[in-house]
Design a protein around this ligand. Structure first.
Ligand SMILES: C[S@@+](CC[C@H](N)C(=O)[O-])C[C@H]1O[C@@H](n2cnc3c(N)ncnc32)[C@H](O)[C@@H]1O
Length: 294
């Protein structure tokens, strides 16, 4: 595991280095030191959006990780992004939950960082795949992972410190054999998709503690000649669900392509390829961070 993000952050905060430097200089220094993190100004506000950028250690570790290498399904979340979010928004022992866990990237990475990880997914085949990989490559006590809708998360009120998820983005992907009418990728109209997103956010707000965080990794959709601005509409959905907007980490998908990350969900294997066929041209993605009001 790479050095703790918080340790590095703590060091910078102590010396207030960020306040003395221009953003460009700070960026240059971060790159030189290969540190995957946002920098913060003297008021504690993030000034760089680099949770997306893997360190050399992270690239090596996750490229060669047997658990992560064991499947090649599309739509998996970058493990280094999960790692950076977990380090930024939770402490050891905190409950980290993924209500759309897919094959369990969040649970696996969070477990390695000593978080109390749990998850659920509507598609029971994805949950089974996670369990199978856990037995084969991790062993020991398995985190709780259950088939459930994100509209009914099987957790008590105010119990989770950090919830990480990656919605389907109202595009034409299919995430599992066992998908049902409740699947977010199954919505007939964009308005219906946004309504469901609001229900999911309300439910996330119920299980996350006041002051806790909800991270969602999102992209816009473009199909059949129509652009669906998922990222632009989501902040209002989050506000309507009673949450605070905390931060937005923006990423140009091409960056991931240059890094040749084999598990990437974007660039080469999905959107850029689709763009070649005229399906999508929007090549950025967002991590939107909501906070549960105290
Ligand atoms: C982008 S994938 C998540 C991938 C996951 N982070 C990983 O790394 O494997 C989206 C997931 O949302 C799930 N899903 C879709 N609609 C859902 C719903 N209403 N409730 C719970 N899960 C849902 C899909 O089954 C799919 O596994």
């Amino acid at each position: 595991m790479s050095n703790g993000l918080m340790e590095v952050l703590g060091e910078d905060l102590k010396t207030s280095r960020t306040s003395d430097l221009s953003i460009a200089e700070q960026t240059r220094q971060n790159r030189a030191r290969n540190i995957p993190r946002p920098a913060f100004n003297e008021n504690g506000k993030p000034i760089l959006t680099s949770v997306w950028i893997p360190s050399t250690e992270q690239l090596h570790e996750y490229r060669t990780d047997p658990f992560l290498k064991s499947i090649k399904l599309t739509g998996r979340t970058f493990p280094h992004v999960v790692e950076n979010l977990v380090l930024l928004y939770s402490d050891k022992g905190d409950i980290v939950y993924d209500p759309m866990m897919g094959t369990g990237t969040t649970l696996y990475v969070g477990h390695k960082l000593n978080r109390d990880v749990r998850g659920s997914d509507l598609n029971s085949d994805r949950v089974r795949l996670f369990e199978e990989r856990w037995r084969n490559y991790v062993g020991g006590e398995m985190p709780s992972a259950v088939p459930a809708s994100a509209e009914e998360i099987p957790m008590e009120d105010n119990s989770v410190q950090l919830l990480i998820m990656s919605f389907p983005w109202f595009d034409s992907w299919t995430f599992g054999e066992s998908k049902t009418d409740a699947s977010m990728e199954n919505r007939k109209s964009f308005d219906e998709f946004l309504e469901q997103a609001k229900k999911v956010y309300v439910e996330c707000g119920r299980v996350v503690k006041p002051g806790g965080y909800i991270a969602n990794i999102l992209g816009n959709a473009y199909h059949k000649g129509v652009f669906y601005p998922v990222c632009m509409r989501m902040p209002q959905v989050m506000l309507d669900a009673g949450l605070e907007l905390h931060y937005q980490f923006w990423n140009l998908r091409n960056t991931a392509e240059h890094l040749k990350v084999p598990f990437n969900r974007s660039g080469r294997d999905t959107k850029v390829k689709k763009a070649d066929k005229g399906h999508a041209w929007d090549v950025h993605e967002d991590i939107m961070i909501a906070r549960v009001p105290e």
